[in-house]
Design a protein around this ligand. Structure first.
Ligand SMILES: [Zn+2]
Length: 82
């Protein structure tokens, strides 16, 4: 009776809280992972600053805003300036 009961549990459902990527490549000095995003949800402010060249950008955020959005806003703002 070699009945194999393949009890496949499927992929283990891990409650995986992915850490938000908070570091981005700097569009000014081109350093990798040099720009750090901070989100102040109470003040609804998002900030990104480069740890290398000290470039800083600040924008308003809402509850949907993620770090990458702030970074993208920054890039957009940079492009508008040029
Ligand atoms: Zn920089």
């Amino acid at each position: 009776m070699g009945r194999r009961k393949s009890k496949r549990k499927g992929a283990p459902r891990r409650k995986n809280i992915e850490p938000m990527p908070l570091l981005f490549d700097c569009p000014f000095c081109n350093h990798k992972q040099a720009c750090e995003v901070k989100i102040d949800k109470e003040k609804k402010l998002g900030r990104i600053a480069c740890n290398v060249c000290q470039e800083l950008f600040q924008t308003s955020v809402n509850y949907l805003t993620e770090a990458i959005d702030i970074f993208n806003d920054w890039i957009d703002a940079c492009e508008e300036q040029n």
